[in-house]
Design a protein around this ligand. Structure first.
Ligand SMILES: Cc1cc2nc3c(=O)[nH]c(=O)nc-3n(C[C@H](O)[C@H](O)[C@H](O)COP(=O)(O)OP(=O)(O)OC[C@H]3O[C@@H](n4cnc5c(N)ncnc54)[C@H](O)[C@@H]3O)c2cc1C
Length: 399
């Protein structure tokens, strides 16, 4: 590589991995021209997305890319990349524009996968985007207000961290809505459905047992070894039996962005992109975060680490230094279960309760700090401490 000429790095994806790498590279305007292309003009801070599902403000979840890159030398392009040409080193967008790159970084996240289960795409709710979460929240509210009683069952399918966090807050939220709207208090049936034989199939059993206990205390029933085979407008079919519900949320399946298969990348059996020790999928093309086949992909922390790793190696490369190989970082997993209670696991250390919920808040602050300067990071983080609204967020009725 000619180290005197600036390297044009094109980054596709304005999420955790893409933004982190763009931020570090844009600190070196003498070495790099940075272009970040993203389908959305903002980064979705997924760890706080579920707040919107239970009627809280969405303002801590969407961080405008223009705010993140306010004083940075990076070009932001609002657009969708559909293909690229390896030979001419060019990416192509749906609006027919194209960008030449010297180095390409891809961090395009995951998409919801319904595994072809009948009716799920039509009748279930999803929590993968702000729009979807709002639609779900409006349904929770409108069903209750129109029928003056809760749905027969509220199903959350998938007992991973997202499903657990969401299910744990539903009984409290539905009771809150009943109270605000003067609806006579009735039992609320929240069911967490998991195909495997224990919650959090990727974690230690003792850890998931503690979480099960906490969920039961909060009024969440757990259905293990339960496979969903279909959903229609009034019933969810689990292990061949129909259960009445108009409120099914699907958190059980995601898959890698189809861009990679459509563009003939080498994929692993896990459905992730094969990468080498530099997170390089092919010459001059790096893949990060949820898309890369690394041991802990699927987490924001991993995507942030990957973004830093690739950016720092590119800086080293420009400075003629040796490249470091990728070292996966064991994640610090904190799963909130209801208000002011969480479960933490790091290596073989586990912590349950209030202290864990503080760790979670500190983890969020750390996440914001990796994306924003101190004052903006604090501004977003502190939004999470605002109390419950005193009126219904949807129809403005006062409590
Ligand atoms: C509801 C939910 C809760 C979560 N909670 C946690 C948590 O508490 N802790 C944790 O560590 N992780 C959590 N995660 C996982 C975490 O959010 C992901 O691991 C992380 O977002 C991955 O970062 P990424 O950069 O790989 O992809 P993403 O952050 O998903 O970013 C992908 C980006 O690519 C853009 N894009 C996609 N396709 C195109 C295209 N064709 N052209 C241009 N741009 C494109 C998207 O608009 C997006 O900006 C959660 C995920 C979800 C869905």
């Amino acid at each position: 590589m000619n180290t005197n000429k600036k390297t044009h790095v094109v980054i596709v994806g304005g999420g955790f991995g893409g933004v982190r790498s763009a931020l570090l590279l844009s600190n070196h305007p003498d070495l790099f021209d940075v272009t970040i292309i993203s389908k959305l003009p903002y980064l979705i801070y997924y760890p706080t997305l579920f707040h919107t599902a239970i009627g809280q403000r969405s303002t801590m979840t969407s961080i405008k890319l223009s705010e993140i890159f306010k004083n940075k030398k990076a070009k932001i392009i609002d657009g969708e990349v559909i293909s690229f040409d390896r030979q001419s080193q060019t990416v192509f967008l749906t609006d027919n524009s194209s960008f030449h790159y010297d180095k390409l970084i891809l961090a395009m996240g995951e998409v919801t996968n319904y595994f072809n289960i009948e009716g799920l795409d039509k009748f279930s709710y999803s929590v993968k985007s702000e729009k979807e979460v709002l639609t779900y929240n409006h349904h929770l509210h409108d069903f209750l207000v129109q029928n003056e009683q809760p749905d027969k069952n509220y199903f959350v399918v998938g007992a991973g961290p997202t499903g657990i966090e969401l299910a744990s807050r539903l009984p409290g939220y539905i009771h809150y809505l009943m109270k605000v709207h003067g609806i006579h208090r009735k039992a609320v049936h929240v069911e967490l459905v998991e195909a495997k034989e224990h919650l959090l199939p990727n974690f230690d059993r003792k850890f998931s047992r503690q979480i099960s206990r906490r969920l039961s205390k909060l009024g969440v029933s757990i259905k293990l070894n339960s496979t969903v085979s279909a959903l229609n407008d009034s019933q969810l079919i689990i292990n061949g039996q129909g259960y009445d519900s108009k409120t099914v949320v699907w958190t059980a399946g995601v898959s890698t962005n189809p861009f990679y298969q459509n563009n003939n990348f080498a994929m692993t059996k896990r459905g992730k992109v094969s990468v080498d020790v530099y997170l390089q999928a092919e010459d001059n093309v790096f893949v990060l975060g949820d898309n890369a086949n690394t041991p802990y992909s699927g987490l924001a922390q991993t995507a942030l680490n990957d973004g830093s790793f690739v950016a720092k190696n590119l800086i080293r490369m420009k400075k003629g230094k040796y490249l470091k190989p990728y070292q996966p970082k064991i994640p610090f997993s904190v799963i909130p279960v209801g208000k002011r209670w969480a479960a933490t696991i790091y290596k073989n250390i586990t912590i349950f309760g209030f202290l864990s919920s503080i760790l979670r808040q500190l983890g969020d602050l750390d996440g914001y700090l990796k994306l924003l300067p101190l004052s903006s990071a604090l501004k977003f983080w502190l939004k999470g401490f605002k109390g419950e609204p005193k009126h219904c967020h949807r129809c403005q009725i006062k409590q």
